[in-house]
Ligand binder design. Structure first.
Ligand SMILES: Nc1nc2c(ncn2[C@@H]2O[C@H](COP(=O)(O)OP(=O)(O)OP(=O)(O)O)[C@@H](O)[C@H]2O)c(=O)[nH]1
Ligand SMILES: [Mg+2]
Ligand SMILES: [Zn+2]
Length: 329
């Protein structure tokens, strides 16, 4: 039986954890939801932030029948396995949250920046827990050498700059466990929407307090999506995103004497010269190479998948042609 789409009610996915969803209707009411059978078999499951069309299964459950095309999405490679995980859909802004405590790590930040660049969504870095580091300004300066937009905040004291940036838009908070994402969300929502837990004393690691992705509407307009700290951020970005984040380095490699320079000691290598002169930081060079290799690997597997797909398709067509009455004798 086919349902006419005018029986379907529009809603936005406001919670997603494993296969459990919650949707919010345009009147503000919420309901548990699950993907309808048709969606279960499609490659693209709903994600938090998605606009969907739903049908009531019963008083306490809505079935998600359709997912509206996404304006944007932030996604990663699913850990340990194949496929893509959409972390948030239809977002206008990514806020990368990093603690100024033991969480502070520039190469991890570079990875998040590539993810943001690849999604095509505007992003900024919020260095949190300013109150814990007297030297936060020096760290902020370092971050600004790799990220176009970065601020330092103490979420326990004020989140005003984030409130300002989010106003009227949908933003997603990304970052490791314990960075303070849920603390920021609670402050912006003016109420406790998410649990927070202290990080481990020894290394500032969080305890993976948030387990699902959640969207809340903010009092002054706009919406904010909180996500669980990612244990692993495998990229599915292309080389372009890496080159964009490391813009200076990409230009540098074009100045090597040999076009196919592997930057491993060849004469006239611009990279070696820049490292020698201190113009290029070796840590940054290492990060670049690592992320570029990952992007290349990803592009290759995507190509291979596309090739396999097209081979299967042609095989089916040839088979159909072979069995066509016109060609069978
Ligand atoms: N000193 C200080 N502590 C903060 C600040 N912001 C957050 N915290 C603390 O850091 C701990 C972790 O914060 P959460 O908000 O739970 O971190 P999270 O990023 O949501 O972590 P997951 O949900 O595990 O991904 C909590 O004890 C917070 O109170 C801050 O600005 N200063
Ligand atoms: Mg949290
Ligand atoms: Zn070179």
């Amino acid at each position: 039986m086919k349902f006419s789409s005018d029986l379907l009610v529009r809603a936005r996915v406001c919670e997603a954890a494993q296969e459990r969803y919650c949707v919010r209707f345009e009147d503000g009411s919420e309901c548990d939801a699950e993907p309808a059978g048709v969606l279960r078999w499609s490659a693209e499951l709903p994600a938090v932030g998605d606009w969907v069309r739903t049908r009531r299964a019963d008083a306490s459950l809505a079935l998600i029948e359709q997912v509206e095309p996404r304006v944007s999405s932030v996604s990663r490679q699913r850990p340990g396995g194949r496929g893509v995980q959409v972390l948030a859909a239809n977002v206008d802004l990514i806020v990368i949250v990093m603690g100024l405590d033991g969480d502070y790590n520039l190469s991890r930040l570079e990875r998040y920046l590539v993810l943001a660049k690849d999604s095509g969504v505007e992003a900024f870095v919020a260095l949190n827990k300013m109150d814990l580091r007297g030297d936060w300004l020096a760290r902020l300066r370092d971050v600004r050498t790799i990220a176009d937009h970065a601020i330092a905040i103490s979420a326990r004291e004020s989140v005003a700059p984030i409130r300002e940036a989010v106003r009227g838009r949908t933003a997603v908070l990304l970052g490791s466990s314990g960075a303070g994402k849920s603390t920021i969300m609670n402050a912006l929502a003016d109420e406790t929407r998410q649990n927070t837990r202290p990080v481990r004393e020894s290394d500032s690691r969080g305890r993976h307090t948030t387990v699902g992705r959640m969207l809340v509407d903010l009092p002054d307009g706009g919406a904010l999506i909180d996500t669980p700290g990612l244990r692993e951020l495998a990229l599915r970005a292309g080389q372009d995103a890496v080159d964009d984040v490391f813009a200076g380095i990409a230009v540098l490699t074009e100045r090597c004497r040999f076009r196919n320079c592997s930057h491993a000691g060849e004469p006239g290598c611009a990279v070696a010269a820049a490292v020698q002169s201190g113009e290029l930081d070796t840590g940054r060079w290492t990060s670049y190479q690592k992320l570029l290799a990952e992007a290349r690997y990803h592009e290759r597997t995507v190509d291979q998948r596309a090739a396999a797909e097209s081979k299967r398709k042609w095989k089916a067509i040839h088979k159909a042609v072979r069995h066509h009455p016109k060609y069978t004798r």
